[in-house]
Design a protein around this ligand. Structure first.
Ligand SMILES: [Zn+2]
Length: 238
């Protein structure tokens, strides 16, 4: 660990934060990245979670933000637990802390969705004004969410895929180094109901089961599940 981590920006993904740290530290090669941040020399950066970080990284992160807050507010943790009970959320948090890669690999991959990291052209302009640079937002990566909840314009897909880590050798990709599309579109045809239906079918039934939670037992216990999911998505929709 050569340098201190910078401050993490509001709603910034861990991936984005790690990219900024590594680029500023002059660390580009994969084996150097793994040595710097992770337990195993074959580990690569996780786009949506945190990866199996080593003890030095953990200590250095804790100087800026607690691991728990980092996982809760800067990874997809809240999407996978937003409509689960506290017990399920805690179990997922424990699994992420214990073996993030295994937990992430166990989450079923979306079949018919876009699999790229997304960004909002308006957020980029505002972030550059506020922080001097743009970054990957966590909230934009919510699956099936096609619109920036802040600006209500369409999110653009980047060329960075968020799946396939461990197979694809990729360069570090801070948002500022991407080819960016600044077109702003407000054509919001996607209906919330459709998204919720999709979420229940594709996301809840499969993914939550895949992280080791029994779907049927939740179904019996949580009659309010559907309304929980709707309110979860509405939070980011309106
Ligand atoms: Zn935005």
């Amino acid at each position: 660990m050569t340098n201190r981590f910078p401050s993490i920006y509001d709603d910034e993904t861990v991936y984005s934060w790690f990219c900024r740290y590594l680029v500023n530290s002059g660390i580009w090669r994969e084996h150097e990245i793994a040595k710097e941040l992770f337990v195993n020399s074959t580990n690569v950066i996780s786009k949506l979670f945190i990866g199996n970080i080593n003890k030095d990284t953990e200590n250095n992160i804790e100087k800026v933000i607690s691991i728990e807050n980092l996982l809760k507010h800067h990874t997809m943790f809240y999407v996978y637990t937003g409509y689960c009970s506290n017990d399920y959320a805690n179990e997922f948090l424990y699994n992420l802390k214990t073996d993030c890669y295994k937990t992430e690999l166990n989450i079923r991959r979306p079949r018919s969705e876009n699999r790229q990291l997304k960004y909002c052209p308006m957020c980029i302009i505002e972030d550059r004004k506020k922080y001097g640079e743009a970054y990957w937002h966590n909230i934009h990566q919510i699956r099936m969410l096609p619109i920036c909840p802040i600006h209500k314009c369409k999110l653009h897909n980047s060329e960075i895929r968020y799946i396939g880590y461990g197979r694809v050798r990729e360069k570090l990709s801070p948002l500022e180094m991407m080819n960016l599309n600044f077109d702003v579109e407000y054509n919001t045809n996607e209906m919330l109901d459709k998204i919720v239906e999709y979420a229940i079918d594709r996301y809840y039934k499969q993914d939550i089961k895949d992280i080791g939670i029994d779907y049927l037992s939740i179904r019996k216990e949580n009659w309010g599940l559907r309304s929980n999911i709707i309110s979860f998505y509405k939070r980011y929709w309106y």
